[in-house]
Design a binder for this molecule. Sequence first.
Ligand SMILES: *[C@@H]1O[C@H](CO)[C@@H](O)[C@H](O)[C@H]1NC(C)=O
Ligand SMILES: *[C@@H]1O[C@H](CO)[C@@H](O)[C@H](O)[C@H]1NC(C)=O
Ligand SMILES: *[C@@H]1O[C@H](CO)[C@@H](O)[C@H](O)[C@H]1NC(C)=O
Length: 494
Amino acid sequence: MISTSQECSLHSSTMLSLLLLLLIPSFVISSLKDEEKAISLHEPLEEFHAKMSQLDKEMEESGKLTMDNEREKILKERLEAFSHLSRMDNLTKTDVLDVNVHSGLINDLYEGDVLLTKEQLDSLSISSNSSLRARRQAWKPKRFPSNIWGANTPIPVSIDPSYPQDSIQVLRDGMRFWNDNTCVRFAEGAQGTNKVKFIYGNGCYSWIGMIGNEQQVSIGRGCGTVGIVTHELGHTIGLYHTQSRYDRDHNVIVNTANIQQGTAHNFDKETADNTDNYGIPYEYGSNMHYDPFGFAKDNKVPTLVATNKEYQFSMNGDMPTFYDVLLVNKYYNCFETNCKGVAVSCLNNGVQDVKNCRQCRCPTGYTGTDCGKVDPAFEVIPAKEGARVTKEISVGSGKYETATTVAKKFFVIQAPAGKRIELIFTGVSAVVTSSDCSYGGIQVWKNKDTRMNGLRACRKEELAQYYLSENERVFIRIWNKYAFTNATFTYRAY
Ligand SMILES: *[C@@H]1O[C@H](CO)[C@@H](O)[C@H](O)[C@H]1NC(C)=O
Ligand SMILES: *[C@@H]1O[C@H](CO)[C@@H](O)[C@H](O)[C@H]1NC(C)=O
Ligand SMILES: *[C@@H]1O[C@H](CO)[C@@H](O)[C@H](O)[C@H]1NC(C)=O
Protein backbone atom coordinates (compact mmCIF):
# COMPACT_ATOMS: atom_id res chain seq x y z
CA MET A 1 0.00 0.00 0.00
CA ILE A 2 2.80 2.34 0.90
CA SER A 3 4.74 1.55 -2.23
CA THR A 4 1.64 2.12 -4.33
CA SER A 5 1.21 5.57 -2.93
CA GLN A 6 4.87 6.25 -3.58
CA GLU A 7 4.54 5.23 -7.20
CA CYS A 8 1.59 7.57 -7.40
CA SER A 9 3.64 10.31 -5.91
CA LEU A 10 6.51 9.79 -8.34
CA HIS A 11 4.07 9.98 -11.16
CA SER A 12 2.34 13.04 -9.82
CA SER A 13 5.62 14.78 -9.12
CA THR A 14 6.58 14.35 -12.76
CA MET A 15 3.27 15.89 -13.70
CA LEU A 16 3.89 18.56 -11.18
CA SER A 17 7.22 19.57 -12.66
CA LEU A 18 5.45 20.00 -15.98
CA LEU A 19 2.84 22.11 -14.28
CA LEU A 20 5.54 24.12 -12.56
CA LEU A 21 6.67 25.34 -15.95
CA LEU A 22 3.21 26.40 -16.93
CA LEU A 23 1.31 27.68 -13.98
CA ILE A 24 1.31 30.60 -11.64
CA PRO A 25 3.11 30.20 -8.30
CA SER A 26 0.08 30.27 -6.01
CA PHE A 27 -1.39 27.26 -7.74
CA VAL A 28 1.89 25.41 -7.53
CA ILE A 29 2.10 25.96 -3.81
CA SER A 30 -1.38 24.64 -3.15
CA SER A 31 -0.84 21.57 -5.30
CA LEU A 32 2.45 20.88 -3.56
CA LYS A 33 0.66 20.98 -0.25
CA ASP A 34 -1.92 18.47 -1.44
CA GLU A 35 0.77 16.22 -2.75
CA GLU A 36 2.77 16.40 0.47
CA LYS A 37 -0.27 15.47 2.47
CA ALA A 38 -1.11 12.56 0.22
CA ILE A 39 2.26 10.89 0.46
CA SER A 40 3.38 11.96 3.90
CA LEU A 41 0.87 10.51 6.29
CA HIS A 42 -0.30 7.02 7.04
CA GLU A 43 -2.79 6.06 4.35
CA PRO A 44 -5.54 5.17 4.73
CA LEU A 45 -5.63 6.94 8.05
CA GLU A 46 -8.63 4.93 9.28
CA GLU A 47 -6.53 1.79 9.01
CA PHE A 48 -3.70 3.40 10.97
CA HIS A 49 -6.09 4.56 13.67
CA ALA A 50 -7.65 1.09 13.87
CA LYS A 51 -4.19 -0.40 14.28
CA MET A 52 -3.37 2.03 17.06
CA SER A 53 -6.63 1.16 18.87
CA GLN A 54 -5.76 -2.48 18.55
CA LEU A 55 -2.36 -1.75 20.01
CA ASP A 56 -3.96 0.14 22.91
CA LYS A 57 -6.09 -2.90 23.61
CA GLU A 58 -3.16 -5.28 23.40
CA MET A 59 -1.15 -3.08 25.74
CA GLU A 60 -3.95 -3.12 28.24
CA GLU A 61 -4.32 -6.89 27.97
CA SER A 62 -0.61 -7.50 28.30
CA GLY A 63 -0.42 -5.24 31.35
CA LYS A 64 2.49 -3.29 29.90
CA LEU A 65 1.36 -0.10 31.57
CA THR A 66 0.03 -1.58 34.79
CA MET A 67 1.87 -0.60 37.93
CA ASP A 68 2.47 -2.53 41.09
CA ASN A 69 1.84 -0.83 44.43
CA GLU A 70 5.42 0.15 44.88
CA ARG A 71 5.61 2.03 41.58
CA GLU A 72 2.24 3.57 42.27
CA LYS A 73 3.61 4.87 45.55
CA ILE A 74 6.76 6.31 43.96
CA LEU A 75 4.67 7.96 41.28
CA LYS A 76 2.39 9.55 43.84
CA GLU A 77 5.33 10.83 45.88
CA ARG A 78 7.04 12.31 42.86
CA LEU A 79 3.90 14.00 41.56
CA GLU A 80 3.32 15.55 44.97
CA ALA A 81 6.91 16.68 45.24
CA PHE A 82 6.73 18.36 41.84
CA SER A 83 3.18 19.70 42.01
CA HIS A 84 4.37 23.27 42.63
CA LEU A 85 6.60 22.94 39.60
CA SER A 86 3.96 22.34 37.01
CA ARG A 87 4.64 23.20 33.44
CA MET A 88 4.79 26.92 32.69
CA ASP A 89 1.96 28.20 30.58
CA ASN A 90 3.60 30.87 28.53
CA LEU A 91 6.38 28.73 27.23
CA THR A 92 7.22 29.08 23.61
CA LYS A 93 6.50 25.87 21.77
CA THR A 94 9.78 24.29 20.82
CA ASP A 95 9.02 20.65 21.41
CA VAL A 96 8.16 18.24 18.60
CA LEU A 97 5.09 16.85 20.34
CA ASP A 98 3.78 20.34 21.10
CA VAL A 99 4.23 21.40 17.50
CA ASN A 100 2.38 18.34 16.25
CA VAL A 101 -0.46 18.83 18.75
CA HIS A 102 -0.74 22.35 17.40
CA SER A 103 -0.71 21.20 13.78
CA GLY A 104 -3.41 18.61 14.53
CA LEU A 105 -1.20 15.76 13.35
CA ILE A 106 -0.23 14.17 16.59
CA ASN A 107 -2.67 11.27 16.44
CA ASP A 108 -1.99 10.49 12.81
CA LEU A 109 1.62 9.61 13.59
CA TYR A 110 3.21 6.88 15.67
CA GLU A 111 4.72 8.14 18.94
CA GLY A 112 3.74 11.63 17.87
CA ASP A 113 6.20 12.20 15.04
CA VAL A 114 6.94 8.92 13.29
CA LEU A 115 5.69 7.39 10.03
CA LEU A 116 5.81 3.62 9.82
CA THR A 117 5.75 1.41 6.75
CA LYS A 118 3.12 -1.29 6.54
CA GLU A 119 5.74 -3.83 7.51
CA GLN A 120 6.81 -1.82 10.54
CA LEU A 121 3.17 -1.33 11.55
CA ASP A 122 2.49 -5.04 11.24
CA SER A 123 5.46 -5.82 13.44
CA LEU A 124 3.92 -3.68 16.19
CA SER A 125 0.68 -5.56 16.50
CA ILE A 126 2.38 -8.81 17.44
CA SER A 127 4.56 -7.17 20.02
CA SER A 128 2.44 -8.45 22.87
CA ASN A 129 1.40 -11.78 21.38
CA SER A 130 3.58 -14.40 22.98
CA SER A 131 2.36 -17.11 20.63
CA LEU A 132 4.01 -15.18 17.83
CA ARG A 133 7.27 -14.59 19.63
CA ALA A 134 9.15 -17.17 17.66
CA ARG A 135 8.12 -15.51 14.45
CA ARG A 136 8.97 -12.10 15.72
CA GLN A 137 12.53 -13.10 16.39
CA ALA A 138 12.94 -13.63 12.70
CA TRP A 139 11.97 -10.03 12.27
CA LYS A 140 14.58 -7.39 12.43
CA PRO A 141 14.72 -5.55 15.72
CA LYS A 142 12.05 -2.95 15.63
CA ARG A 143 13.91 -0.34 17.62
CA PHE A 144 16.91 -0.53 15.34
CA PRO A 145 15.71 -1.55 11.91
CA SER A 146 18.12 -3.23 9.56
CA ASN A 147 17.10 -0.88 6.79
CA ILE A 148 19.90 1.53 7.56
CA TRP A 149 21.72 3.66 5.07
CA GLY A 150 25.25 2.34 5.31
CA ALA A 151 28.41 3.73 6.82
CA ASN A 152 29.99 6.61 4.89
CA THR A 153 27.51 6.09 2.07
CA PRO A 154 26.13 9.39 0.82
CA ILE A 155 22.43 9.71 1.57
CA PRO A 156 21.04 11.83 -1.26
CA VAL A 157 19.15 14.76 0.20
CA SER A 158 16.98 17.32 -1.53
CA ILE A 159 15.08 20.25 -0.14
CA ASP A 160 11.65 20.92 -1.54
CA PRO A 161 11.80 23.94 -3.87
CA SER A 162 8.97 25.55 -1.93
CA TYR A 163 10.89 25.27 1.35
CA PRO A 164 11.21 28.75 2.95
CA GLN A 165 14.69 30.00 2.06
CA ASP A 166 15.36 31.55 5.45
CA SER A 167 14.73 28.23 7.22
CA ILE A 168 17.08 26.10 5.15
CA GLN A 169 20.14 26.78 7.31
CA VAL A 170 18.82 24.75 10.27
CA LEU A 171 18.28 21.77 7.96
CA ARG A 172 21.91 22.00 6.92
CA ASP A 173 23.07 22.47 10.51
CA GLY A 174 21.11 19.38 11.56
CA MET A 175 22.60 17.28 8.76
CA ARG A 176 26.06 18.62 9.54
CA PHE A 177 25.74 17.52 13.16
CA TRP A 178 25.29 13.87 12.20
CA ASN A 179 27.86 14.13 9.40
CA ASP A 180 30.52 15.62 11.69
CA ASN A 181 30.02 13.21 14.55
CA THR A 182 29.13 9.86 12.99
CA CYS A 183 29.80 7.92 9.80
CA VAL A 184 26.29 8.71 8.57
CA ARG A 185 26.57 11.03 5.60
CA PHE A 186 23.71 13.25 4.47
CA ALA A 187 24.72 14.64 1.09
CA GLU A 188 22.65 17.39 -0.44
CA GLY A 189 22.50 17.01 -4.18
CA ALA A 190 23.92 13.45 -4.29
CA GLN A 191 22.19 11.03 -6.67
CA GLY A 192 20.63 7.69 -5.83
CA THR A 193 17.38 5.76 -5.76
CA ASN A 194 16.90 5.80 -2.02
CA LYS A 195 16.85 9.36 -0.86
CA VAL A 196 15.56 11.92 1.60
CA LYS A 197 13.56 15.03 0.86
CA PHE A 198 12.95 17.81 3.34
CA ILE A 199 9.49 19.28 3.08
CA TYR A 200 7.80 22.16 4.86
CA GLY A 201 4.88 19.96 5.87
CA ASN A 202 2.33 20.35 8.57
CA GLY A 203 4.48 19.62 11.63
CA CYS A 204 7.67 17.65 12.35
CA TYR A 205 7.90 14.00 11.35
CA SER A 206 10.00 11.35 9.67
CA TRP A 207 10.05 7.71 8.65
CA ILE A 208 12.15 5.22 10.60
CA GLY A 209 15.28 4.08 8.78
CA MET A 210 15.65 3.83 5.02
CA ILE A 211 12.33 2.85 3.52
CA GLY A 212 13.19 2.85 -0.18
CA ASN A 213 12.81 5.40 -2.97
CA GLU A 214 12.20 8.93 -1.85
CA GLN A 215 11.21 9.43 1.77
CA GLN A 216 10.26 12.69 3.34
CA VAL A 217 11.26 14.47 6.48
CA SER A 218 8.91 17.26 7.42
CA ILE A 219 10.40 20.22 9.23
CA GLY A 220 7.39 22.51 9.12
CA ARG A 221 6.43 25.64 10.94
CA GLY A 222 7.58 25.54 14.56
CA CYS A 223 10.07 22.74 13.87
CA GLY A 224 12.88 25.00 12.72
CA THR A 225 15.47 24.34 15.40
CA VAL A 226 18.66 22.39 14.86
CA GLY A 227 17.67 20.06 17.72
CA ILE A 228 14.36 19.17 16.06
CA VAL A 229 16.13 18.58 12.75
CA THR A 230 18.66 16.26 14.43
CA HIS A 231 15.77 14.48 16.19
CA GLU A 232 13.81 13.87 12.98
CA LEU A 233 16.98 12.86 11.14
CA GLY A 234 17.63 10.53 14.09
CA HIS A 235 14.42 8.75 13.07
CA THR A 236 15.53 8.80 9.43
CA ILE A 237 18.76 7.14 10.52
CA GLY A 238 16.66 4.48 12.27
CA LEU A 239 16.31 5.54 15.90
CA TYR A 240 13.12 5.16 17.90
CA HIS A 241 12.38 7.22 21.00
CA THR A 242 14.48 6.61 24.10
CA GLN A 243 11.54 6.05 26.44
CA SER A 244 10.41 3.04 24.41
CA ARG A 245 13.57 1.11 25.36
CA TYR A 246 12.77 -2.20 27.03
CA ASP A 247 14.53 -1.07 30.20
CA ARG A 248 12.65 2.21 30.45
CA ASP A 249 10.56 1.07 33.41
CA HIS A 250 13.69 1.22 35.55
CA ASN A 251 14.05 4.85 34.56
CA VAL A 252 10.63 6.36 34.03
CA ILE A 253 7.13 5.67 35.28
CA VAL A 254 4.36 6.30 32.79
CA ASN A 255 1.69 8.32 34.59
CA THR A 256 -1.14 6.44 32.91
CA ALA A 257 -3.82 8.37 34.79
CA ASN A 258 -2.79 11.47 32.87
CA ILE A 259 -2.35 10.12 29.36
CA GLN A 260 -5.06 11.05 26.91
CA GLN A 261 -7.50 8.34 26.05
CA GLY A 262 -6.51 6.41 22.95
CA THR A 263 -2.82 7.38 23.10
CA ALA A 264 -1.46 4.51 25.21
CA HIS A 265 0.20 2.99 22.14
CA ASN A 266 2.61 5.91 22.16
CA PHE A 267 3.99 4.57 25.43
CA ASP A 268 4.68 1.10 24.13
CA LYS A 269 8.04 -0.39 24.91
CA GLU A 270 10.30 -2.98 23.33
CA THR A 271 11.22 -6.33 24.75
CA ALA A 272 14.70 -7.51 25.61
CA ASP A 273 14.59 -10.17 22.92
CA ASN A 274 13.96 -7.83 20.01
CA THR A 275 16.18 -4.97 21.07
CA ASP A 276 19.82 -4.19 21.48
CA ASN A 277 20.64 -1.02 23.36
CA TYR A 278 24.29 -1.39 22.36
CA GLY A 279 25.34 -1.16 26.00
CA ILE A 280 24.33 2.49 26.17
CA PRO A 281 22.74 3.48 29.47
CA TYR A 282 19.28 5.01 29.55
CA GLU A 283 19.72 8.70 28.93
CA TYR A 284 16.98 11.05 30.08
CA GLY A 285 18.61 13.96 28.28
CA SER A 286 18.77 12.18 24.93
CA ASN A 287 17.69 14.16 21.87
CA MET A 288 15.41 11.16 21.15
CA HIS A 289 13.60 11.25 24.51
CA TYR A 290 10.02 12.52 24.81
CA ASP A 291 9.22 15.70 26.56
CA PRO A 292 7.80 14.59 29.96
CA PHE A 293 4.43 16.21 29.17
CA GLY A 294 3.76 14.33 25.94
CA PHE A 295 0.16 13.15 25.41
CA ALA A 296 -0.96 14.63 28.72
CA LYS A 297 -4.63 15.13 29.55
CA ASP A 298 -3.74 17.85 31.99
CA ASN A 299 -0.74 19.39 30.31
CA LYS A 300 0.62 20.83 33.53
CA VAL A 301 1.15 17.33 34.91
CA PRO A 302 3.86 15.05 33.51
CA THR A 303 3.10 11.78 31.75
CA LEU A 304 6.65 10.58 32.32
CA VAL A 305 8.07 10.64 35.82
CA ALA A 306 11.75 9.89 36.32
CA THR A 307 12.48 7.16 38.85
CA ASN A 308 15.72 9.00 39.51
CA LYS A 309 14.09 12.20 40.67
CA GLU A 310 17.15 14.31 39.95
CA TYR A 311 16.36 13.92 36.27
CA GLN A 312 12.67 14.92 36.25
CA PHE A 313 13.48 18.25 34.62
CA SER A 314 16.28 16.96 32.43
CA MET A 315 14.39 14.86 29.91
CA ASN A 316 14.60 15.49 26.19
CA GLY A 317 17.89 17.12 25.24
CA ASP A 318 18.07 20.06 22.88
CA MET A 319 20.84 18.39 20.86
CA PRO A 320 22.08 14.80 20.38
CA THR A 321 24.24 13.87 23.33
CA PHE A 322 27.52 12.01 23.68
CA TYR A 323 25.55 8.78 24.11
CA ASP A 324 23.21 9.54 21.17
CA VAL A 325 26.27 9.89 18.95
CA LEU A 326 27.87 6.76 20.39
CA LEU A 327 24.66 4.83 19.77
CA VAL A 328 24.56 5.80 16.10
CA ASN A 329 28.25 5.02 15.68
CA LYS A 330 27.68 1.54 17.13
CA TYR A 331 24.46 0.97 15.21
CA TYR A 332 26.13 1.93 11.93
CA ASN A 333 29.22 -0.05 12.80
CA CYS A 334 31.32 3.10 12.30
CA PHE A 335 34.12 1.97 14.60
CA GLU A 336 34.74 -1.21 12.61
CA THR A 337 34.24 0.42 9.25
CA ASN A 338 36.41 3.48 9.82
CA CYS A 339 38.88 2.56 12.50
CA LYS A 340 39.65 -1.12 12.10
CA GLY A 341 43.18 -1.81 13.26
CA VAL A 342 43.70 1.68 14.68
CA ALA A 343 43.97 1.63 18.44
CA VAL A 344 43.73 4.67 20.60
CA SER A 345 43.52 4.97 24.34
CA CYS A 346 41.28 7.61 25.81
CA LEU A 347 41.09 9.14 29.27
CA ASN A 348 38.06 10.44 31.16
CA ASN A 349 35.66 8.09 29.35
CA GLY A 350 36.47 9.36 25.90
CA VAL A 351 35.87 7.05 22.94
CA GLN A 352 37.61 6.70 19.62
CA ASP A 353 36.59 9.44 17.20
CA VAL A 354 35.23 7.69 14.11
CA LYS A 355 35.96 10.77 12.02
CA ASN A 356 39.60 10.80 13.09
CA CYS A 357 40.55 7.40 14.45
CA ARG A 358 43.84 8.47 16.01
CA GLN A 359 42.11 10.72 18.49
CA CYS A 360 39.32 10.51 21.03
CA ARG A 361 35.91 12.03 21.20
CA CYS A 362 35.54 13.54 24.66
CA PRO A 363 32.61 13.77 27.05
CA THR A 364 31.62 17.11 28.57
CA GLY A 365 34.46 19.12 30.06
CA TYR A 366 37.40 17.32 28.47
CA THR A 367 39.46 17.86 25.37
CA GLY A 368 42.75 16.88 23.76
CA THR A 369 43.60 13.90 21.56
CA ASP A 370 43.23 11.56 24.55
CA CYS A 371 40.66 13.66 26.48
CA GLY A 372 43.30 14.18 29.14
CA LYS A 373 42.82 17.95 29.43
CA VAL A 374 40.07 19.98 31.00
CA ASP A 375 38.46 21.91 28.15
CA PRO A 376 39.75 25.51 28.34
CA ALA A 377 36.29 26.72 27.28
CA PHE A 378 35.34 26.05 30.92
CA GLU A 379 36.44 28.94 33.10
CA VAL A 380 38.09 27.56 36.23
CA ILE A 381 36.59 28.47 39.60
CA PRO A 382 39.09 27.21 42.19
CA ALA A 383 37.51 25.76 45.34
CA LYS A 384 39.34 25.68 48.67
CA GLU A 385 38.51 23.95 51.89
CA GLY A 386 37.02 26.07 54.66
CA ALA A 387 34.49 28.84 54.31
CA ARG A 388 31.92 28.65 51.56
CA VAL A 389 32.27 31.12 48.71
CA THR A 390 29.32 32.59 46.82
CA LYS A 391 29.33 33.16 43.10
CA GLU A 392 26.74 34.97 41.01
CA ILE A 393 26.56 34.51 37.27
CA SER A 394 24.36 36.28 34.76
CA VAL A 395 24.23 35.29 31.11
CA GLY A 396 22.27 37.03 28.37
CA SER A 397 21.81 40.39 26.70
CA GLY A 398 19.39 41.73 29.34
CA LYS A 399 17.10 42.74 26.47
CA TYR A 400 13.54 41.47 26.67
CA GLU A 401 13.55 39.92 23.23
CA THR A 402 14.60 36.62 21.68
CA ALA A 403 18.27 36.79 20.76
CA THR A 404 19.43 35.41 17.43
CA THR A 405 22.24 33.47 19.06
CA VAL A 406 22.31 31.65 22.36
CA ALA A 407 24.68 33.24 24.90
CA LYS A 408 26.67 30.61 26.81
CA LYS A 409 29.15 30.44 29.64
CA PHE A 410 31.02 27.40 30.90
CA PHE A 411 32.61 26.89 34.30
CA VAL A 412 34.46 24.17 36.10
CA ILE A 413 34.63 24.29 39.87
CA GLN A 414 37.93 22.69 40.67
CA ALA A 415 38.99 21.39 44.09
CA PRO A 416 42.47 20.12 44.99
CA ALA A 417 43.12 16.54 43.87
CA GLY A 418 41.48 13.96 46.10
CA LYS A 419 38.89 16.42 47.38
CA ARG A 420 35.26 16.77 46.43
CA ILE A 421 33.04 19.80 45.92
CA GLU A 422 30.14 20.83 48.03
CA LEU A 423 27.78 22.93 45.98
CA ILE A 424 24.57 24.67 46.99
CA PHE A 425 22.35 26.47 44.50
CA THR A 426 20.67 29.44 46.11
CA GLY A 427 19.19 30.93 42.96
CA VAL A 428 18.54 29.88 39.38
CA SER A 429 16.20 31.85 37.18
CA ALA A 430 15.58 32.30 33.51
CA VAL A 431 13.10 34.95 32.38
CA VAL A 432 11.26 32.55 30.09
CA THR A 433 11.05 28.99 31.33
CA SER A 434 9.92 25.91 29.48
CA SER A 435 10.25 22.20 29.97
CA ASP A 436 13.35 22.14 27.79
CA CYS A 437 14.85 25.37 29.18
CA SER A 438 15.59 26.44 25.63
CA TYR A 439 15.24 30.14 26.52
CA GLY A 440 17.65 29.96 29.39
CA GLY A 441 18.95 27.47 31.86
CA ILE A 442 21.78 25.76 33.62
CA GLN A 443 23.23 22.31 33.37
CA VAL A 444 25.39 20.60 35.97
CA TRP A 445 27.72 17.60 35.72
CA LYS A 446 28.66 16.47 39.21
CA ASN A 447 29.69 12.90 38.52
CA LYS A 448 33.19 11.79 37.66
CA ASP A 449 31.84 10.24 34.48
CA THR A 450 30.54 13.16 32.39
CA ARG A 451 29.20 11.12 29.48
CA MET A 452 25.60 11.31 30.66
CA ASN A 453 23.87 14.58 29.78
CA GLY A 454 23.99 16.93 32.78
CA LEU A 455 21.18 17.86 35.15
CA ARG A 456 19.18 20.73 33.70
CA ALA A 457 17.12 23.49 35.28
CA CYS A 458 15.64 26.86 34.47
CA ARG A 459 14.11 27.39 37.93
CA LYS A 460 15.87 26.96 41.23
CA GLU A 461 13.46 24.26 42.45
CA GLU A 462 14.35 22.06 39.50
CA LEU A 463 17.80 21.47 40.96
CA ALA A 464 18.52 19.86 44.29
CA GLN A 465 19.72 22.45 46.77
CA TYR A 466 22.77 20.48 47.80
CA TYR A 467 25.31 18.57 45.77
CA LEU A 468 28.43 16.70 46.71
CA SER A 469 30.50 15.87 43.66
CA GLU A 470 32.07 12.46 43.06
CA ASN A 471 35.52 13.85 42.39
CA GLU A 472 37.38 17.15 42.32
CA ARG A 473 35.38 18.72 39.47
CA VAL A 474 31.89 19.98 38.74
CA PHE A 475 31.15 21.25 35.26
CA ILE A 476 28.49 23.90 34.71
CA ARG A 477 26.98 25.28 31.53
CA ILE A 478 24.69 28.34 31.60
CA TRP A 479 22.88 29.65 28.55
CA ASN A 480 20.37 32.28 27.56
CA LYS A 481 18.31 33.30 24.55
CA TYR A 482 15.94 35.80 26.21
CA ALA A 483 16.90 38.64 28.62
CA PHE A 484 19.05 36.74 31.12
CA THR A 485 19.65 33.58 33.08
CA ASN A 486 20.94 34.19 36.59
CA ALA A 487 22.49 31.60 38.84
CA THR A 488 23.85 31.94 42.35
CA PHE A 489 25.64 29.19 44.20
CA THR A 490 28.00 28.67 47.10
CA TYR A 491 30.80 26.15 47.01
CA ARG A 492 33.87 24.85 48.76
CA ALA A 493 36.25 21.93 48.59
CA TYR A 494 35.22 19.16 50.92
C1 LIG B 1 5.87 34.45 31.10
O1 LIG B 1 6.92 35.15 30.49
C2 LIG B 1 7.13 36.46 30.96
C3 LIG B 1 8.28 37.07 30.18
O2 LIG B 1 8.04 37.02 28.82
C4 LIG B 1 7.42 36.45 32.45
O3 LIG B 1 7.56 37.77 32.93
C5 LIG B 1 6.31 35.73 33.19
O4 LIG B 1 6.63 35.61 34.53
C6 LIG B 1 6.09 34.34 32.58
N1 LIG B 1 5.01 33.66 33.23
C7 LIG B 1 5.04 32.38 33.51
C8 LIG B 1 3.82 31.81 34.15
O5 LIG B 1 5.99 31.70 33.23
C1 LIG C 1 -2.04 -14.02 18.87
O1 LIG C 1 -1.76 -14.85 17.78
C2 LIG C 1 -2.60 -15.98 17.67
C3 LIG C 1 -2.09 -16.88 16.55
O2 LIG C 1 -2.05 -16.18 15.34
C4 LIG C 1 -4.03 -15.49 17.44
O3 LIG C 1 -4.93 -16.61 17.37
C5 LIG C 1 -4.44 -14.57 18.59
O4 LIG C 1 -5.71 -14.02 18.34
C6 LIG C 1 -3.43 -13.44 18.75
N1 LIG C 1 -3.72 -12.65 19.93
C7 LIG C 1 -3.75 -11.32 19.92
C8 LIG C 1 -4.03 -10.66 21.24
O5 LIG C 1 -3.54 -10.66 18.92
C1 LIG D 1 20.15 39.02 36.95
O1 LIG D 1 21.43 39.57 36.90
C2 LIG D 1 21.49 40.84 36.26
C3 LIG D 1 22.96 41.24 36.16
O2 LIG D 1 23.59 41.14 37.41
C4 LIG D 1 20.64 41.84 37.01
O3 LIG D 1 20.65 43.07 36.34
C5 LIG D 1 19.22 41.31 37.12
O4 LIG D 1 18.45 42.16 37.90
C6 LIG D 1 19.22 39.92 37.71
N1 LIG D 1 17.86 39.42 37.69
C7 LIG D 1 17.33 38.78 38.71
C8 LIG D 1 15.92 38.31 38.52
O5 LIG D 1 17.95 38.53 39.71
